[in-house]
Ligand binder design. Structure first.
Ligand code: GLV
Ligand code: MG
Length: 339
């Protein structure tokens, strides 16, 4: 009797399309984490409109909020959480770092006043699993004390050399871990990199093509400064069922460069990036939704191999069990975008 081959069921990373028990956390689109300064009343009054346009809205309490506005930002975040219905848009906050004078009050006051509305706390400058353990326990106490009914998740910013060194242990630190973002500005400083940019490339970071004939111009190929760290973060995240994100892109005047940086991260496995300016919302939406032509081709692969096994040729390209899985990643994401 011929042995029938039953392939192990394949679920896209993060179990998009998988039944409940396989899912570590709810499947939601989080293509852009849109930062707002909650102490700014004008911006706060427009939150309803912003929330309808973005997958996640984040009230920022950390860097970029002046020290004398920290309490106003915290109070503003609580007000915006209480006053708005965010629907399917996620509500996050970025609290101040653990050794700052503000962090304890950030968490205590926000969980007490808005714990049932808050999805995720973004924790900056995470150095190791001990930082996650501390916030995890603090949240457990505050959730219990305040009757919070669903666990508040933790999203770590990978933005110190020590954090990058400990990235796997950070990913494994708690079932509360939602994911991680690259923090290229702080990371550059921590590593002693010689750049003042917030994410993106650097014109001097690249390779010079081999010398050709005498007198000819040698081409210079600029390289992605963040390739190594993004790859390391993606592997650590996916190994533990977490979501990887590119972080900020600081040059708002250069949408093309922002798009190229986000696209590299998307192709490497990231699910989203931060939008710090309204123009970056559409860039992230475009980049982190799969390309229609890719989706159409991926659907052809799935159709050609209904049980996901074997080998077929499509347009001269070999397809097999592995490319079937690649296709499924793209088609599952496209379905999520369409819902
Ligand atoms: C973000 O926080 C960064 O430091 O890039
Ligand atoms: Mg930072």
């Amino acid at each position: 009797m011929a042995a029938s081959r039953t392939p192990a069921k394949f679920y896209s990373p993060l179990a998009i399309g998988a039944p409940e028990p396989y899912r570590a956390q709810p499947v939601r689109l989080e293509r852009m984490i849109h930062f707002v300064p909650p102490h700014n009343e004008k911006i706060r009054s427009k939150i309803k409109d912003i929330a309808g346009q973005v997958d996640v809205v984040l009230g920022n309490l950390e860097d970029a909020i002046p020290a004398d506005q920290k309490q106003a930002a915290r109070a503003g975040f609580i007000a915006m959480a209480q006053e708005n219905d965010f629907g399917t848009t996620g509500l996050w906050t970025r609290i101040n770092c653990l050794n700052s004078p503000w962090m304890l009050d950030d968490v205590t006051e926000i969980v007490a006043a808005a714990g049932n509305k808050l999805d995720v706390i973004m924790l900056p400058k995470v150095e190791g699993p001990w930082d996650i353990h501390y916030l995890d326990q603090l949240l457990a106490q505050l959730e219990a004390r305040n009757g919070v009914t669903k666990p508040i998740m933790i999203h770590a910013i990978l933005e110190t050399a020590e954090g990058v060194n400990n990235v796997e242990a950070i990913a494994a630190a708690s079932p509360r871990m939602h994911g991680m973002s690259l923090g290229p500005a702080d990371l550059a400083a921590s590593r002693g990199m010689k750049t003042t940019r917030v994410g993106g490339g650097h014109p001097d970071y690249g390779v010079l093509a081999d010398a050709g004939s005498a007198g000819s111009q040698r081409a210079f190929y600029q390289q992605d400064l963040w390739h190594y760290t993004v790859g390391k973060m993606v592997d650590a995240c996916l190994a533990y069922g977490l979501k990887p994100f590119y972080g900020p892109f600081g040059d708002f005047s250069d949408g093309a460069a922002c798009e190229a940086q986000f696209r590299n991260a998307f192709l490497q496995g990231c699910l989203g990036a931060w939008s710090l300016h309204p123009t970056q919302i559409d860039i992230a939406k475009r980049v982190f939704s799969p390309d229609e032509k890719e989706v159409a081709f991926a659907k052809r692969i799935l159709d050609a191999m209904p049980d996901g096994t074997g080998a077929v040729m499509i347009d001269g390209k070999m397809q097999d069990d592995a490319t079937w899985k690649q296709a499924k990643v793209i088609v599952d994401l496209a379905r999520l975008v369409a819902t």
